[in-house]
Design a protein around this ligand. Structure first.
Ligand SMILES: Nc1nc2c(ncn2[C@@H]2O[C@H](COP(=O)(O)OP(=O)(O)OP(=O)(O)O)[C@@H](O)[C@H]2O)c(=O)[nH]1
Length: 829
């Protein structure tokens, strides 16, 4: 892990204001804010269009002063009045005031402050400067040249040695410009000084142990040597200034001229945005005393930077994907939205748009990584593309899933609505096709891409989702179709059951004895009709042929069950069953062969009729106990139902089931027995009553006439009563002529049966009372042997006057006597 330092915000702000920042501090830590500094000084996007200059030399040799003058930087310099001391510690970074030049100010090589560590830091900082800088300024006092100052010779040896180590594996052999700036130049010609330094360098180079491939190489193979002298800054300030200006101009000269300070071939090929990473890696390698391998460092840089750039462009794309994801989240949350609304809110052309976002990211990546090792950047690009594609596919799939889920919900709701209709089969398949078309259209519209690349990218996802939707949609439709089939079948079963019930009731009423045989034909035609209609409905529901056959099979079974259920239900109540049995018994016993109610005459053979009727009724009970129906189908029915291939399906259908258990049948028989006995008793009594009526003596009629004479007179005198009599008498006459008077009489008598004895008692009482009455003008004397007549009362006299009858009641006439006589009268009857 790299050791890094980080400035406080205030320190960083101050650094930025000053225009320089400490790249490596005294403790050899790399500053993590260098990258931000490069951004803030506007060099981050310079790509390769920038240069790096580093200066090295002895402490307090005017390095910072020179850099400030050449590049307009503001490195701190020593104040001569306070004595010589180390100003620059570590490595400092600044940028040319006007040009894309990064300037590195290195700590003095012979630092007193560092003591024994100075040599070590000198090697590290030199190695670092050689690795990153196109131009390395070697700052020397002119008078030290050729004087074999130990510090200078050591410095040159270090430079050569480290450069060899650094670039030994670099096939490109990027040269470094070594610019010797000879300060306080006074007398010796520059050429002579330069020659001296060159000789020193060559000698040192010869003395170096070189790898075999560089055995015959020279210093010039690795360095371009350039020499500049500056006059004494204090003694010849004007000349110094002019020389500095001249040098400054050389640094700022544009183009690739031979005298240019920054030839193209010297570039370190590190894009500005990767400088910090590169510099950090180099420094960390140096600091940890590992061998710095420039090619691998470049590869490492490419790896790091390509990854950084890939990340950067990925996040840009990701943010766009995220925006779309949020739209989908919102749509998912608002699941109440109906399907039409959903379609409006969905992201249209998501496939194309995602592809464009990815392409923009790839373009940005290509642009950002074009300066890095191509195989590294290509490898990273593949990964970036895969990452974005995965996200785009997920997003695309999410949207299709949303359409799928909402589409299925919509379909389910609409299909349930179709199924819930009173006639669910009606246009079922047509409606289903319309609904499916609607959902499929939305799905396809949303999935569609116009860009060929996008089509290709999302092809698999689209296929997967369409297949999944197809399966789910089919499952749903089949489920609802099954419901509709069940409902339709049930409706037909119930309809057929209801028809059977009516037929059953009608047959029970009319022809109960042959009930099952009588039902066969109408029931066969009812079932055939139902099957035909069901077949038509199934066609509307669009049921497969083989499914249809199984539906017919099931329906036949259901028909059987329904018929059994209906028949049992109809006869489930004993009272209902008894009503049919009683009716049967009555039709045999109480009615004659023409169905006319019998009037029991004395000569009728009640016993035989009773036994026959009972047998007939028991036979009906036996018939009703077990249903035996045989349904036969017409030949052309299979053809009409288009199931010719299933000849066995519409063979005759036998429906056999038990209606009454043995226990229930026994119970019914008992009830029937009771009913028959009662009917027999009634009939017997009725027969006896009629027999009694035929024995009424003739004098009774005379008595009735005499007693009713006054009433007759009253009728004849009253026009209203007379008119009523005139209406009633013809009716009575017709009844007598039609021989219905017996029946009427029988009915009246049977109803009045209980009152007859009382009537006779009353009549006898009247007759006895008549014995106490005076003889009427008509000459009839009803006076009896009673001794004491009833005392005349005003009301009695009045009544006698009105009716012409005078009532006389004996004193000893008591209730006991009436009762005794009623009993006698009833006994004689
Ligand atoms: N004689 C002379 N003095 C100079 C020249 N340039 C700078 N100085 C002075 O030398 C002293 C040191 O200058 P700096 O620029 O701080 O030297 P430095 O090499 O950067 O010092 P460190 O960073 O401490 O290594 C200052 O007092 C400068 O004024 C020059 O060309 N000639």
């Amino acid at each position: 892990m790299a050791r890094v330092e980080s400035l406080t915000t205030e320190d960083y702000r101050q650094s930025l204001e000053n225009g320089f920042i400490q790249l490596v501090n005294y403790e050899e830590e790399f500053n993590s804010q260098v990258s931000q500094f490069i951004r803030d000084v506007g060099l981050y996007n310079a790509d390769l269009d920038y240069h790096v200059v580093a200066v090295m030399g002895c402490q307090s040799s005017g390095k910072s002063t020179l850099l400030n003058l050449l590049f307009g930087t503001q490195f701190r310099t020593m104040d001569a009045n306070t004595g010589r001391y180390q100003v620059t510690q570590g490595i400092w970074l600044s940028k040319d005031k006007d040009f894309p030049i990064l300037v590195l100010d290195l700590e003095g090589t012979d630092s007193r402050e560092r003591g024994e560590e100075a040599a070590s830091f000198e090697r590290k900082s030199t190695l670092f400067a050689l690795a990153v800088a196109d131009v390395l300024i070697v700052n020397m006092w002119a008078q030290d040249v050729g004087r074999y100052v130990a510090a200078n010779l050591a410095l040159l040896r270090t430079v050569l040695e480290l450069n060899l180590q650094l670039f030994q594996n670099d096939r490109e052999h990027r040269k470094t410009k070594l610019l010797f700036v000879l300060r306080d130049h006074v007398e010796t010609s520059l050429d002579l000084l330069a020659k001296t330094i060159r000789t020193d360098l060559e000698e040192t180079w010869k003395g170096l142990q070189k790898p075999s491939q560089f055995e015959n190489s020279t210093v010039e193979n690795f360095f371009e040597l350039r020499f500049v002298s500056l006059p004494h800054m204090v003694l010849k300030p004007e000349e110094f200034k002019a020389a500095v200006t001249d040098l400054k101009n050389q640094f700022h000269k544009k183009g690739n001229s031979p005298d240019s300070m920054f030839p193209e071939s010297y570039r370190r090929l590190v894009a500005a945005d990767g400088f910090t990473t590169y510099a950090n890696n180099i420094w960390e390698t140096i600091r940890s005393n590992k061998e710095v391998d420039i090619p691998s460092q470049r590869e490492m840089l490419a790896t790091v930077r390509c990854e950084e750039i890939a990340d950067e462009v990925y996040w840009n794309a990701h943010h766009k994907f995220q925006e779309w994801n949020e739209i989908l989240d919102m749509l998912k949350r608002n699941s109440k939205d109906n399907f039409e609304h959903l379609k409006e809110k969905l992201i249209h052309d998501l496939g194309d748009q995602s592809w464009q976002v990815m392409m923009e990211a790839i373009d940005a990546y290509n642009n950002g990584t074009k300066r890095y090792i191509s195989n590294v950047s290509e490898a990273k690009k593949v990964k970036l593309q895969e990452r974005m594609e995965a996200e785009a596919k997920e997003l695309y799939l999410r949207q299709l899933s949303l359409v799928e889920e909402h589409g299925l919900l919509f379909l389910e709701k609409e299909l349930e609505h179709l199924a819930s209709r009173a006639t669910p089969w009606l246009n079922f398949q047509t409606q289903v096709s319309k609904l499916l078309e609607k959902v499929w259209k939305t799905l396809r519209d949303i999935a569609s891409c116009s860009l060929e690349d996008a089509k290709l990218l999302f092809k698999e996802v689209r296929q997967f989702k369409e297949e999944e939707f197809e399966q789910r949609e089919q499952k749903l439709v089949e489920r609802v179709r099954r419901n509709v089939v069940d409902k339709t079948t049930q409706l037909f079963v119930e309809k057929t059951g209801a028809k059977f019930r009516n037929l059953f009731i009608a047959t029970l009423e009319n022809n109960p004895q042959d009930i099952w045989q009588s039902l066969n034909r109408p029931l066969s035609s009812t079932i055939s009709e139902s099957l035909k209609e069901l077949s038509t409905c199934l066609n509307e529901i669009c049921v497969d042929e083989d499914v249809k056959i199984s539906i017919f099979r099931n329906t036949m079974e259901k028909f059987k069950e329904e018929i059994e259920l209906r028949a049992k239900d109809l006869l489930s109540s004993n009272s209902v069953t008894m009503s049919y049995l009683c009716r049967k018994f009555d039709s045999c016993f109480r009615k004659d062969s023409r169905g006319v109610p019998r009037v029991w005459k004395p000569g009728d053979d009640l016993d035989s009729l009773y036994l026959d009727a009972k047998q007939e009724t028991q036979s009906l009970l036996m018939t009703l106990s077990e249903a035996k129906l045989i349904i036969t189908f017409e030949e052309n029915l299979r053809e009409e139902m288009a199931i010719e291939n299933f000849s066995e399906l519409l063979d005759s259908l036998e429906i056999i089931f038990e209606i009454f258990s043995v226990e229930r049948r026994n119970a019914l028989e008992e009830k029937l027995e009771d009913y028959a006995k009662l009917a027999y008793t009634e009939a017997k009594r009725s027969q006896e009553t009629i027999h009694t009526r035929s024995q009424i003596p003739g004098w009774l009629y005379v008595a009735l006439f005499v007693l009713g004479f006054n009433e007759m007179k009253m009728v004849l005198r009253n026009p209203l009563l007379l008119l009523s009599m005139l209406l009633i008498l013809p009716v009575l006459y017709i009844l007598v002529q039609a021989n219905l008077h017996h029946m009427l009489l029988s009915m009246i008598l049977s109803k009045m049966e209980q009152y007859l004895p009382e009537s006779f008692n009353l009549l006898q009482r009247r007759m006895h009372s008549a014995a106490f009455m005076e003889t009427t003008p008509s000459g009839i004397n009803l006076q009896s042997s009673f001794d004491s007549p009833i005392p005349n009362r005003i009301r009695g006299n009045e009544t006698a006057k009105t009716t012409g009858i005078r009532l006389r009641k004996p004193n000893h006439f008591s209730e006991d006597t009436v009762t005794r006589r009623r009993r006698n009268s009833a006994g004689s009857e």
